[in-house]
Design a protein around this ligand. Structure first.
Ligand code: PEP
Ligand code: MN
Length: 261
């Protein structure tokens, strides 16, 4: 099946790249990022409004204070936005701002939140929990679809293993398996999977070669001063270089990139 966000179809023959900052930090940061990633070929934006941080003292996101400038930038850019929600009450609050809801790894098992998303019209990007079996992840999607909303995209973002050299361990098996054993499009988050920006491009190419339907990539105009996940963010220049190489990998598999509208 395919899932449509705006005019972009995810899960068809074309490959989709979603890109943007981990957190939306300011109007300027978001506009600069959106302009550059669209220019490089990303067709959907990402950006955190409410952040799930390990420490309660870390930046928690701009929340509703960012809604007006986010809507303005989306209109200027003619682009759609996917953003994470962490609480049932945020569904209604942010429905007029986002085009698809992201459920983060920490909330994959939050079945009441998933059930509620089954009763609203926008697509749901369901990340795999960092200790979830593939089967639990695919079954979690049913909590959305059983409410009526069939538009689920699965996202492999790396799991916890004994390995600590990289932030997580990308499970490409999960991508291949979920493509075969679930009806949903499957995308990869290379940024959280490896957690090291210089190594993110190769993860992108591997995911494309493995048959993923797309990528969700963290990018930042100046990763050194990012308020979250700077070490894994691609600069806008490196994002562009990565996109050019990615197109070559896709062509080798007779696939093309979903072009921004
Ligand atoms: C994110 O996308 O910024 C994020 C917090 O991801 P995850 O839920 O996969 O950790
Ligand atoms: Mn992040």
């Amino acid at each position: 099946m395919t899932v449509q966000i705006g005019q972009i179809k995810i899960g068809g023959p074309a490959f989709t790249v979603i890109a943007g900052p981990c957190s939306i930090e300011s109007e300027e940061q978001f506009r600069t990022t959106a302009t550059a990633v669209k220019q490089s070929g990303a067709s959907i934006l990402r950006g955190g409004i409410w952040k799930m941080r390990t420490s309660s003292k870390s930046f928690q996101g701009l929340g509703s204070s960012a809604f007006e400038f986010i809507k303005k930038i989306k209109t200027e850019m003619n682009m759609t936005l996917i953003s994470e929600i962490t609480d049932i009450r945020q569904i209604e609050e942010v429905l007029h701002v986002v085009d698809a809801f992201q459920i983060g790894a920490r909330n994959m098992h939050n079945y009441s939140l998933l059930k509620e998303l089954g009763h609203q019209p926008k697509p749901v990007l369901l990340k795999r929990g960092f200790s979830a079996f593939i089967d639990e992840w695919i079954k979690a999607a049913d909590y959305v679809t059983s409410g009526g909303n069939q538009q689920v995209i699965l996202c492999e973002r790396g799991i916890r293993t004994f390995e600590t050299a990289t932030r997580n361990t990308l499970d490409l098996n999960a991508v291949i398996y979920a493509k075969k054993h679930s009806p949903f499009p499957v995308i990869v988050d290379p940024s959280h999977a490896i957690g090291i920006s210089s190594l993110v491009p190769q993860v992108c190419y591997a995911a494309a070669a493995a048959g993923a339907d797309g990528l969700i990539i963290e990018t930042h105009p100046n990763p050194a001063i990012a308020l979250s996940d700077g070490p894994q963010a691609l600069t806008l220049e490196n994002f562009d270089l990565t996109m050019r190489q990615l197109e070559k990998v896709l062509h080798a598999f007779d696939r093309t990139l979903n072009k921004p509208v």
